[in-house]
Design a binder for this molecule. Sequence first.
Ligand code: ADP
Ligand code: MG
Length: 314
Amino acid sequence: MNQWEVVIGIETHAQLATVSKIFSGASTAFGAEPNTQACAVDLALPGVLPVLNKKAVECAIRFGLAIGAEVARKSVFARKNYFYPDLPKGYQISQMDLPVVVGGHITLQVGQGDKAYEKVVRLTRAHLEEDAGKSLHEDFHGKSGIDLNRAGTPLLEIVSEPDMRSSDEAVAYAKALHALVQWIGICDGNMQEGSFRCDANVSVRPKGQAEFGTRREIKNLNSFRFLKEAIDFEVQWQINEIEEGRRIQQATVLFDPDSGETRMMRSKEDAHDYRYFPDPDLLPLVRASYRSCRARCASVSSANSACPTTMQRH
Ligand code: ADP
Ligand code: MG
């Protein structure tokens, strides 16, 4: 019988605590009547132009400094093309080849008492993007409603390296990140309202094997308990599949909290399926000078040393 090792990498969407959207002046306040906070840009009316929100950029830079990352000298917004009823433009504005934040790491405390240990998780990147709208499936007598209030809400997508080796480490990482984004004031951390949600990429491999196994990505986990339950179920499912002679196929799956199971949503799309290309409506984001950027964010970096302690208390 093989001994299995679990490999986990996490992608997190943190909603940035700005007053207005990333490319329009519409409000980002939560809970308004549907479609009352969607302006012409968010509705994707023809001829409108996006204008980048400076505050969203400052949040991303602040995050980059807090995790010891490189704030890119130049980053570029790209169109990620796909069709969805709650995405009227037919593409999401995101960043692909040149993200605003590159590298960095977070140090975690995992476990308690004698078993406690420190773990460093490397971050791959963090990039700015807009959220999509929401499809509402209730109250419409067999039809769906579309609410575009959330369309254009600024998100920072934070991508970790596949450095975690258990669901406990994944939860410790998510909690540390959750504490950090609130502590540096870039995200309100409200998980019920979807301000902080995680996708867990999970694979298993025989202990001692150098290559990673094929991963499946569990989408949109908005509680630490669900994150743990979903990973634990998924790991067991993958081990069973392999031990029964089947292969894991790369896929996107959803976690159902009621059954405690993960279920396939779609086979995994690759980046080239989205036909990313630089958005011609937006200029590249260029760092004026490293010094002025440091000066503006000095309050963040000087307080950095206190951060791990703050994170442990959460
Ligand atoms: P995408 O999901 O957009 O295809 P990436 O290929 O960059 O993006 O990977 C997304 C996440 O999956 C990252 O957090 C990465 O660490 C993690 N990951 C990549 N390969 C594996 C693997 N074999 N097992 C577990 N996690 C992985
Ligand atoms: Mg992904």
